[in-house]
Design a protein around this ligand. Sequence first.
Ligand code: F0G
Length: 458
Amino acid sequence: MKKRAWAEPFKIKMVELLKTTTPAERKVALEESGYNTFLLKSDDVYIDLLTDSGTNAMSDYQWAGMIVGDEAYAGSANFYNLERNVQKYYGYKYLVPTHQGRGAEHLLSRILIKPGDIVPGNMYFTTTRAHQELMGATFVDIIVDEAHDSESDLPFKGNIDLGKLEALIDKVGAKRIPYVCVAATVNMAGGQPISMANIKMVSELCRHHKIKVMLDATRAIENAYFIKTKESGFAEKSIHEILFEFCSYSDGCTMSGKKDLLVNIGGFLALNDWEIFEEARNMVVLYEGLHTYGGLAGRDMEAMSRGMEEAVQFEHIQARIGQVAYVGENLERLGIPIVRPIGGHAIFLDARRFLPHLKQTDFPAQALAAWLYLEAGIRTMERGIVSAGRNKDTGENHAPKLELVRLTFPRRVYTQAHCDVTIEAVETLYQDRNSLKGLRMIYEPKYLRFFQARFKPL
Ligand code: F0G
């Protein structure tokens, strides 16, 4: 293993004991959960790499903030702290808190989309696209082609292909495009970043056509780290400065605080346009809660506000992305196929190359996630044909080029030794790969099927 150049930039004050299971126990758990890692009980999991969402460890500073939660129904002090920090770090004028990211996606989609609209974006995200479609829009993927190729080494694989965007505007007309949905980083592409130069050009093109740019800022701080370390001209800038400039090329953002912002729950919609804000502030009362809490407790808003202050510290973000890189580099050294370049929040195993003997309809990524759990009690997530779902008009399966298993790292939760155990387990599975079977789906829910679908081995 590569010698580490640094250690975690924190020490541990409270621990949560882990439970280990036997292979026989895991076999039962896997059968009971229909070979779907979302349906496993957390008690049966040893190292939980299902998601980095809401699974972060909060600091003593954040926990102290929970104690000073102001639980007033209206005008909580913590709302104003959060608002001030959103203005300071992200630069948007107006804030509407929501219970999590999809609450903000719901409000934004409801306000800006009318039936028949087109929403272009740099690859879909499950909940984001689902809300756009529920409001009658069609999502069109305009990410650069390289994003769909797990072996392309382009540094900013999250970039928008401006040619695709212009062609789409020419084809459908700017009036049918309420906004361009820009994600930073791009989760489904492998946590790939988008460059400052790219968002700047997208913003110029959109302004010219009077189309809004709405950012999914869920992992924009991780994106800022990649800009600082990979894009020329940004090495000397702080994460805060980069984040602020990046957001300035958009008209607002939806945010899941459960990722970058180091909390277990929380999100927001942030806007620069007073009229959209006014509408959102009215609507949030119906769906989330009063506009100064949006479905969150005062203490949750305080934890998110303080998490923001910690998340933009370079030592934090360097260690966070460094941990992911450590796992990725070691897997690559073992010849295991992963999405290149290594992204921000996760390592994505390329199930097509890992299990070339399986067809996409044998659900290779779903199967690989199941077998990794059986091998070592490590829980991961399918990001392939199951997650992609069906075309909303034809009912056909979307067949994404990327068939991936995501090993997602919660922030500040696992140590380097947990990473070593993970690397070893994937290596063992890779050695046995020819014996690994695919799955067939025996139950398919209507919405976001990956959460609750059930399978059986072939
Ligand atoms: N946008 C992105 C890019 C996300 O990754 C997520 C959540 C959301 C929006 C929705 O936010 O969960 O707070 O409602 N991603 C999680 C994941 C679920 O595991 O990747 P939410």
